[in-house]
Ligand binder design. Structure first.
Ligand SMILES: [Mg+2]
Length: 224
């Protein structure tokens, strides 16, 4: 939690999306394994998840900050991950199916107290926005969760051409919200991408360690 005198100065609260507001469930490996099975390949979800993470980390820098190449980048990650295990009957159709799955709320769960927390921050007179390394699917997901009305803006790496932890994405977000960085707070689960990146740009930042989102904020905003 921020010291009280600093919290009182905060005008805008930015949230990370995946790992903070909501979480892929059951796991990318499990979801990919189900798609593989449907397309004729039986794979261990745990092994698939490990290979996915390695492949994703290898490629992410080359596509998540580009408006043009997100779809292609994820395609490369998907096909390269699967190639370690065998061949799918129709890999392109399988990829499209996987791409759409990650825009559907039934494959995500919200963090505990997400709606209550967003409501309370908004009711306290502060503004809310999202800064995420993601693509156009995030906007659809937020809408499907019924959370769009909380956020004044959703700043997505694939659309703005900048990626966390680059301080420029935080500076851009502050400009878009017309908030000085020292009056903005970033909340995210990733120390490097969310916390250190935001601090470098002059924002306040807190790492979300899991569990209830409420505990990161002063309890008086929850008493109405
Ligand atoms: Mg995250």
């Amino acid at each position: 939690m921020l010291p009280k005198n600093i919290w009182q100065e905060i005008e805008t609260v930015f949230f990370d999306a995946e790992g903070t507001l909501f979480h892929i469930t059951p796991s990318v490996g499990q979801i990919y394994a189900e798609i593989c099975q449907e397309f004729g390949l039986k794979v261990n979800p745990h092994e698939l998840n490990k290979t996915f993470l390695k492949t994703y980390l290898k490629h992410r820098g080359s596509f998540e900050a580009s408006p043009e190449s997100c779809f292609e980048g994820w395609r490369k990650v998907f096909l390269e991950t699967i190639s370690h295990f065998g061949e799918l009957k129709d890999p392109e159709t399988a990829y499209l199916k996987g791409y759409e799955i990650f825009a559907r709320p039934e494959y995500f769960r919200l963090s505990p107290d997400t709606e209550e927390t967003l409501s309370a921050i908004k009711a306290s007179g502060r503004r809310l926005a999202i800064i995420s390394n993601w693509d156009e699917r995030l906007i659809r997901l937020i809408s499907a969760f019924g959370l769009s009305h909380f956020f004044e803006d959703v700043i997505v790496s694939c659309e703005v051409g900048l990626m966390k932890p680059d301080p420029q994405i935080f500076e851009l977000a502050c400009q878009k919200l017309n908030t000085p960085p020292e009056k903005a707070l970033m909340i995210g689960d990733n120390l490097n991408d969310d916390v250190l990146g935001a601090r470098e740009a002059g924002l306040w930042a807190l790492r979300y360690p899991g569990g209830s989102l409420k505990k990161l904020f002063p309890q008086e905003i929850f008493i109405s």
